[in-house]
Design a protein around this ligand. Structure first.
Ligand SMILES: Cc1cc2nc3c(=O)[nH]c(=O)nc-3n(C[C@H](O)[C@H](O)[C@H](O)COP(=O)(O)OP(=O)(O)OC[C@H]3O[C@@H](n4cnc5c(N)ncnc54)[C@H](O)[C@@H]3O)c2cc1C
Length: 373
């Protein structure tokens, strides 16, 4: 049996970022059930960092994390490049757009109100007019993140700090022997540590059940992405991430093609999520509503799970009913853009060290305590 100070179940962005952060405070082992890190949600994201999602706590976590992405520590490849976010509204969405613009102005110096010409200059395929987009604003400080560079950078940091990252290590049993947690993989391998971190994404409640710990109520919601060709001859390199103010459509340019989502949130059991025909059709329909593009064929599509606590704020902290059992769950639709901040807070909660000052967020805002009782 391999012993460590911290055993982390889940090799997605949550588990790896926390493991890297804990380096130097003890020996860490990350256990991922799949053969590849980030196989589930963390590898299925569109990995864009912006303020058009989540509540004030999520936005503050997003803001604090930007420094890490823009100037990562040694050992990380470049993690991001700038891409504007363009938030658009039809006539019925104007109030929501105005509120979002006011909020975003308070967080980003890069906000610009745009008229039709300004929106068209940024994204020439938008469908503008009384029956379509009537208003919009840009945040020129959006960041397109590189999920793979982030995951691999964190994994390298874990190893450089003396920790281990094991794939193909699906945990099937968890017990407490009176002084430490003992986790057993499906193939019989075992690890032990006084602190067990549950960073199992959509499976967070299932992993808690293995340990006999009460569930937190983490709900996986499926989200679909379709990939379509850009119009012939279009140079999409300067195009923005485009999102409707009420969360029913987004589009992102990537490698000359367009990723499009109907922003679906369908409850799902934890699983290897697959796109449904209906959601693919809705994505194509919304694309024709918000843009002048008529998709000729849908090259590829995928789905992933975004898992939320009931208040949609990520959750970190020790379970009150199980000493040494630590939750890092409910990253929802912002697990990548908030990862550096959540890892810093989670590590502080585990080690007892003070959390960094994150204008607007204290550890109390994200601790699991709020979800019990
Ligand atoms: C379509 C889509 C678009 C998104 N866009 C964005 C975006 O633009 N920006 C952003 O910040 N976020 C985005 N997200 C959200 C983001 O992907 C998630 O918040 C984040 O990946 C969650 O990370 P995680 O580590 O908690 O979960 P995961 O990446 O799912 O990792 C959990 C891991 O735990 C493992 N596991 C579970 N049970 C066990 C077990 N018993 N034993 C061993 N291992 C186990 C799983 O195999 C899994 O790899 C998007 C998500 C989707 C689906």
């Amino acid at each position: 049996m391999d012993s460590a100070d911290f055993v982390i179940v889940g090799g997605g962005i949550a588990g790896l970022s926390l493991a890297a952060q804990l380096g130097g405070t003890g020996r860490t082992v990350v256990l991922e059930g799949e053969q590849a890190l980030g196989y589930h949600s963390s590898g299925r994201s569109v990995t864009f960092s912006h303020y058009g999602i989540g509540n004030a706590t999520v936005r503050a976590l997003t803001r604090w994390s930007r420094g890490f992405f823009l100037a990562p520590p040694d050992g990380f490849a470049p993690l991001c490049h700038r891409m504007p976010a363009l938030f658009v509204a039809t006539a019925e969405m104007l109030d929501t757009l105005a509120a979002l613009e006011a909020t975003t102005r308070g967080l980003s110096p890069g906000v610009e109100s745009l008229d039709a010409g300004g929106m068209r200059a940024l994204c020439p395929v938008l469908r503008l007019g009384d029956d379509a987009i009537v208003a919009g604003f840009a945040d020129h400080d959006g960041l397109k993140l590189d999920a793979d560079a982030l995951l691999q950078g964190y994994a390298r940091a874990v190893r450089a700090g003396g920790g281990r990252v094991e794939t193909d290590a699906a945990i099937a049993a968890i017990a407490h022997d009176g002084s430490a947690w003992v986790v057993t993989a499906r193939d019989g391998r075992r690890w032990t540590a006084p602190v067990l971190v549950n960073a199992a994404g959509a499976w967070a409640d299932a992993v808690a059940a293995l340990a006999g710990v009460a569930p937190l109520g983490v709900t996986p919601l499926r989200r679909t992405i379709i990939v379509v060709d850009a119009p012939d001859g279009a140079d999409t390199r300067g195009w923005p991430f485009v999102k409707s103010a009420v969360d029913d459509f987004y589009l992102m340019p990537e490698s000359g093609r367009l990723l499009v989502s109907p922003v679906d949130e369908t409850p799902s059991a934890p699983c290897d999520a697959q796109p449904e025909e209906y959601d693919i059709a809705v994505a194509a329909d919304r694309l024709t509503h918000f843009t002048t593009i008529v998709p000729r064929r849908i090259g590829h599509s995928w789905a992933g799970l975004r898992s939320f606590a009931r208040d949609r704020v990520p959750a970190a902290g020790f379970a009150p009913d199980a000493p040494g059992f630590f939750w890092l769950a409910g990253q929802g639709g912002y697990g990548l853009q908030t990862a550096p901040a959540m890892a810093a807070i989670a590590a502080a909660l585990i080690t007892g060290a003070p959390a960094p000052d994150m204008a607007g967020v204290t550890p109390a805002a994200v601790t699991v305590d709020r979800l019990y009782g």
